[in-house]
Write a protein that binds this ligand. Structure first.
Ligand SMILES: [Fe+2]
Length: 828
């Protein structure tokens, strides 16, 4: 090709590129249906305090610095000029005069990501105050006497050295032009209501509407990839031949399209396989595809056709992959919990998780905190509380959506997700006396709101084991999922749990036991529940299901042990926490006993201090292992420091790390704390949000289940780890990684030995039944051909080997203490 031809082609390409990446931006909202969600070019904070109505953008809430960020056109750091403008109208004065205008150059020094700028960006304030002045940061000019707030044009122009503010009402009345010297400017612009002006001035509670938002100039660059929506994100699971896929939509309007379609790529063609209505409360659409071919990757896309007021159709696609079921290699499981917003959008952590390329994700709870986004929750009425929740929950999807688009995701709500500091749900009852005390039973929020939380977090899970609603018509989601030959039981350890006031007989908070007590029996009176009858029935069923399964794992929110001695502050000693899964002990023992039958491993979160614990029931280490994963970003802090308290952990593991070893918690549970990821004494960094996350023991867990070797490799990565070139001290918490055998979850110390059983077929399911009691003692898949079971009970047992029709039962097998020389041969 001749050079001139290349030149011409380049010119043409450049022309088209500049057409598709048009930098000039203008929005008048005239073609947008009335709705709360502004559109995919924008992100409003708080979500519920903004709406589009009659072709204008309205602020309807009084949170200071309430804003609508423009996402898809940003100010570049480079040289050039720009002009940003907006038309504002005063709608309600309120009783404290407020302001409105533009935030210009919103940029977060910690993280250049647009999502960070939306919540943490600092920029220049430009606008007018009802107190009678125009402002450009601290520069002020008085407004003319007869200034008309019913229609005001605000325009900021400038470059990297200087900004200018022009203001004019509809009659052309203007204050003096303001100018401000700057040292560079970059980032987002946002329309803002009740701007925080610094000093002692109150931001006010006036309400404005906004229109004709414009941004242009050579400093402006188009970043269409910053758009959020229309499909915000998806979550899906694949289990037992069924795909469940949830698309999460923003609050679109009544007159917007209410249908969402799921399409699959079949040999290069997109084929619609299902169309669903958006569920109006949760704004979700859920697709269920049965008889799924799980042996190959399948590309999917969710289609939403946005329709303008003029009928124009704007199709929007959200694409991802439903991966093949990884049955033939180790399963990499990402364990995550607790997203306190100062760490948002958790970029170092998300990048690390992406590099590790997990096969499945588990978000065990606290996908939101009440303060996330930097503004308060709204508890009522129900529809407002739902939007309040959704705005905060969308931050989770924005941060982790790119991972979840291709990775099956288990997500379960915990207390903060339903606006609780702590939760003892007692089967879904309303909190007697309503919101207020966070140390007693019952839900503060309406069942309507809780059901939206359940739907938006769990609708992609396999169908619930028993969908019968609990009290108040509250939905349930406990279920099981099999993926990569690992079977997960997904339960709640909060929603059925009894409130602490049932047992507390002390002064002060019902959930805080401040002193040791000689007799602990009062803590465990009859009727005090942990996971409840319904979930116990489910688990009893789950333990018997070994189809396509080599290993079993229990997923719940918190650790069944009190592995924290200090709370809140470094010196905040607390003896016993009834919010921990250590209480009630009998309920806790029963679950751990059920787990032990199947050598199940426990993954949980909630605590904000990572721990690796081997549970004990009657004695130390006689049950399975638990991994409480690090919090994504720790807000409330906990430490486990028994060494300082004169009740040191004993029998320290070989590694000799402090605050590890055998430890009996306040409720009498005997736990071996193998590893603990305590934060230090310095836990805040005002300069760096991400460094603060690191200081507070934030991070995530990664667990590799090797179905062939039957091993469990447990990693606990720090928030800013280098997962590609890991240094064990810098990048993982102390004494991680740790590998255990699946069979370590049977516990140690069982002395009643059955005969050695050899089977002619490898990897068979073995059931051991107590002939006297009729109870199932153990059930798991043998590794290889030979096993010699050890039990915690003596007696005569029936052992059944094999699955389905290929089974052999051997009756009358007797245990012997310590050793059993007998051998049994099984032919299948
Ligand atoms: Fe939490």
């Amino acid at each position: 090709m001749r050079l001139s031809t290349i030149f011409i082609i380049s010119l043409i390409l450049l022309f088209f590129a500049s057409c598709t990446k048009k930098t000039e931006f203008s929005a008048n909202f005239d073609n947008t249906h009335d709705r709360i969600w502004v559109g995919k070019d924008f992100w409003s904070v708080p979500l519920e305090d903004w709406k589009v109505e009659d072709g204008r953008l309205h602020c309807v809430g009084t949170v200071p610095n309430s804003r609508v960020n423009l996402l898809t056109r940003v100010l570049s750091p480079g040289a050039g000029n720009f002009e940003a403008s907006v038309k504002i109208s005063l709608k309600e004065k309120g009783n404290v005069p407020g302001s409105a205008g533009l935030l210009v150059g919103l940029y977060d020094e910690e993280d250049p990501d647009v999502r960070a700028a939306c919540y943490f960006g600092k920029g220049v304030n430009a606008g007018i105050s009802l107190q009678g002045f125009a402002f450009l940061n601290d520069e002020r000019a008085n407004l003319p006497e007869d200034f008309d707030f019913s229609e005001v044009l605000i325009s900021v122009s400038g470059n990297n050295n200087q900004l200018k503010l022009k203001v004019a009402d509809k009659n052309g009345n203007s204050p003096d032009e303001l100018s401000l010297n700057v040292e560079g400017i970059q980032g987002l612009i946002a329309a803002a209501n009740n701007i925080i002006l610094g000093g002692n001035e109150k931001p006010g509670n006036s309400l404005f509407s906004f229109d004709e938002l414009k941004l242009s100039g050579s400093k402006v660059i188009a970043q269409p990839e910053n758009a959020f929506g229309t499909v915000l994100w998806t979550m899906h699971t694949l289990s037992k031949g069924t795909v469940k896929m949830m698309a999460l939509l923003p609050p679109v309007g009544e007159n917007d399209n209410q249908q969402v379609s799921l399409q699959l790529n079949e040999n290069g063609n997109w084929k619609t396989v299902a169309t669903e209505q958006i569920e109006p409360d949760s704004r979700t659409a859920v697709f269920k595809l049965e008889n799924w071919d799980s042996t190959k990757d399948t590309e999917y896309r969710v289609e939403y056709i946005e329709k303008g007021k003029d009928g124009a159709e704007m199709p929007d696609y959200y694409e991802g992959t439903i991966r093949k079921d990884p049955v033939d290699r180790p399963l990499k499981f990402g364990g995550l919990t607790c997203q306190y917003h100062y760490g948002f959008p958790y970029t170092p952590l998300v990048q690390n998780l992406t590099k590790l390329n997990p096969d499945i994700l588990y978000f065990s709870g606290d996908q939101i905190y009440e303060g996330n986004g930097g503004y308060p929750i709204k508890r009522e009425p129900a529809d407002v509380s739902i939007l309040s929740y959704l705005g905060k929950y969308y931050m989770f999807g924005w941060a982790f959506g790119d991972l979840m688009r291709d990775v099956p995701t288990i997500c379960t709500p915990d207390d903060h997700d339903v606006f609780h500091g702590n939760l003892w749900g007692e089967g879904g009852i309303a909190k007697p006396g309503g919101a207020g005390s966070s140390d007693t039973r019952g839900f503060m929020q309406s069942a309507e709101m809780v059901n939206v939380v359940n739907q938006t977090q769990c609708a992609q899970l396999p169908d619930p084991y028993d969908p019968t609603p609990i009290e108040q018509g509250m939905s349930v989601w406990y279920t099981d999922l099999t993926y990569g030959r690992v079977s997960f039981a997904i339960i709640t350890d909060r929603i059925f749990k009894t409130g602490p006031e049932a047992v507390s007989d002390w002064e002060g908070r019902h959930d805080h036991m401040k002193e040791p007590r000689e007799d602990l029996s009062f803590l465990d009176k009859p009727g005090v529940e942990m996971i409840g009858e319904r979930q116990t029935k489910f688990l009893n069923d789950w333990v018997t299901d070994w189809e396509e399964t080599d290993m079993k794992v229990l997923l719940s929110q918190t650790v069944f042990a009190n592995v924290a001695t200090h709370h809140g502050t470094y010196d905040g000693y607390l003896y016993g926490d009834l919010d921990s899964g250590a209480w009630p002990k009998s309920g806790r023992d029963n679950v751990i006993r059920l787990m032990r039958k199947v050598a199940a491993f426990h993954v949980n979160g909630d605590q904000h201090v990572p721990s690796l614990v081997q549970y004990g029931i009657d004695d130390f280490q006689d049950a399975g292992w638990s991994f409480c994963t690090p919090a994504i970003a720790v807000g409330y802090q906990r430490w486990f420091r028994p060494d300082e308290l004169g009740v040191p952990a004993t029998d320290r593991p070989e590694h000799g790390y402090p605050n590890t070893g055998k430890y009996t918690d306040a409720f009498g549970n005997k736990n071996l704390v193998y590893a603990i990821g305590n934060p230090g004494t310095i836990t805040s960094d005002k300069e760096s949000r991400y460094n603060q996350a690191l200081l507070r023991s934030s991070g995530f867990g990664c667990i590799t289940f090797n179905q062939t070797e039957r091993t469990i490799l447990i990693d606990a990565w720090r928030f800013k780890a280098d997962v590609e070139n890991p240094n064990p001290v810098r990048d993982q918490f102390p004494r991680w990684p740790k590998q255990i055998s699946q069979f370590d979850n049977l516990g140690v110390g069982a002395e009643n030995v059955l005969p050695e059983i050899s089977v002619n077929q490898p990897n068979q399911v073995m059931q051991i039944w107590n002939e006297k009691t009729g109870d199932l003692t153990q059930i798991y898949r043998i590794k290889g051909n030979t096993v010699q079971p050890k039990l915690f009970e003596s007696g005569t047992f029936t052992v059944i080997i094999g699955e389905n029709k290929r089974r052999e039962a051997i009756t009358g097998l007797k245990t012997q203490k310590g050793k059993n020389p007998e051998k049994v041969l099984v032919e299948l």
